[in-house]
Ligand binder design. Structure first.
Ligand SMILES: [Zn+2]
Length: 265
């Protein structure tokens, strides 16, 4: 779909603002603070409150060259990356689905995936609060789609998606842990899969997500294990999140291409 420039700009600005909030979520939930207390954003080094004019997504980071105005401490590149990522996701959702409930669904899903992937990469944790919120938001969006279409079908599809995704990863977790004689994946990954299933609401897309994440995760995991500085524990969540995003936006095309290849063999 061709995207009008003013629409793209509106989606980008909305995404940047949401990304700024996601940074708060990403940095506060793992340390047990809620996103709303304390109200103001603060510097992770000196805890000085960040002034409103220094809290403009991307721009402030560039102008202050990634340093706190108060203590000159380095502000991680994660902050602008999350803002840019959320902005890009919102533009992608609107260009793919137009100004529709489906675009909102895609953007909300993408933002939860982004927050969860970054949190898992930083802390090796997928907080229940985040997956739970994502799960509830997905069900609410499915219910809204159902009301608009006058059918309970979207809610049923979301529930089936969650059950398929959660059970497949649940089985992989139990079987994998038995085979490896240590925890193959955390319970957080199973819950994340359930949340993903609510949004994908399609068993084929769920299986595509799990297959993609397993392939990419194995390749990257092997690479990291062979690297000189070994990382012993590699989170699975970021791969699951990435694969889920790819499946939502391009999954149908990928499945069709795959079927064509199979039919030709
Ligand atoms: Zn500071």
């Amino acid at each position: 779909m061709r995207l009008a420039p003013e629409l793209a700009a509106a989606a980008a600005f909305t995404g940047l603002a949401v990304g700024s909030f996601l940074n708060v979520v990403i940095h506060r939930i793992p340390i047990g603070e809620t996103a709303l207390t304390p109200r103001r954003s603060y510097c992770p080094h000196c805890r000085a409150p960040i002034r409103a004019r220094d809290n403009v997504p991307l721009l402030s980071y560039a102008l202050l060259r990634g340093r706190c105005r108060n203590c000159d401490g380095a502000i991680g590149v994660v902050y602008p990356a999350v803002e840019a990522g959320a902005g890009a996701l919102c533009v992608l959702a609107v260009s793919r689905f137009g100004v529709t409930l489906a675009a909102l669904h895609g953007a909300v899903f993408g933002c939860f995936l982004l927050a969860l992937a970054v949190t898992d990469a930083r802390t090796l944790r997928l907080p229940d609060m985040l997956t739970g919120l994502g799960f509830s938001a997905g069900l609410a969006l499915a219910a809204a789609a159902g009301v608009l279409a006058g059918t309970p079908r979207p809610v049923a599809e979301a529930a089936i998606g969650a059950i398929v995704a959660g059970s497949v990863l649940g089985v992989v977790r139990v079987a994998g842990s038995a085979a490896m004689r240590r925890e193959a994946m955390g319970l957080g990954d199973v819950k994340l899969a359930g949340m993903i299933g609510v949004y994908l609401a399609d068993w084929q897309l769920v299986l595509l997500t799990i297959a993609l994440s397993a392939v990419v995760g194995s390749v990257v995991g092997l690479g990291l294990r062979l690297a000189p500085r070994k990382r012993l524990e590699i989170p699975y969540g970021p791969f699951l999140a990435l694969a889920a995003g790819v499946s939502l936006f391009w999954g149908d095309a990928l499945i069709q291409a795959y079927v064509r290849v199979i039919l030709r063999m």
